[in-house]
Design a protein around this ligand. Sequence first.
Ligand code: UTP
Length: 231
Amino acid sequence: MKAVLKIGGSLLYDDDGHVRIDRLREYAESIKSFVKEGHSLVVVVGGGRPARIFISAARELGANEAQCDWLGIKLARNNAELLCAALGYFAYPKIIDDYDELEVAVNLGKVVLLGGMVPGQSTNAVAAAAAELIQADMLLNATNVDGVYDRNPEEKGAKKLDEVDIIQLRNILSSEGTMAGQYNLFDPVAIGIVERSRIPTVIFNGNNLDNLKKAFNKEKIGTRITHSNKE
Ligand code: UTP
């Protein structure tokens, strides 16, 4: 299978802001085992806590939204560097910063890593664009919640959805912010790409690595995005 895996930055830092070394090692080991089984992977890593800290400090100091976005982009790339270190020989050694290079690198048999790309979106949009470009069989989104909920998961009675149509997902997420560092789950750019190319997508809790294995085995986990309302 050809898969794009997005690893939420929040999965890689503990509550004190320390890098979760064990978590990175676990991800690297799982990714290596998928490669050994013959799968091909592009991995996009989010910015997580460092991105938020830098973005809010820069904003307070007078940076505009594009400048804040660039900070997030670079911090996500730094997180990708950490996974690159853990993957060693298995990784394409440069964090991709241009989609032309992605097309070339993906054919070299290495795990290709990305962080952020352009202002005005989140790394979920990068993952969606990468999945579209390489015609991935699956876009796997490892995040820190169990999936998509029918409303704010903190509200009483909120229910996790096993499946969500892309149109419904757009409605559920329509109240989300679009400021640097303030995206949750999918941003509008990511939704647009997943919708137009009907990318098979699963959003699941990446705190448990078994979920990743299940996702690779096409077992039901998290929330699957469906595309029933469009020809
Ligand atoms: P993330 O995608 O990491 O945002 O990018 P996030 O919502 O914090 O996701 P996780 O939980 O870490 O995975 C961090 C910030 O970097 C900028 C945005 O400001 C985003 O909020 N960014 C990222 C871009 O502007 N463009 C990109 O392509 C990626």
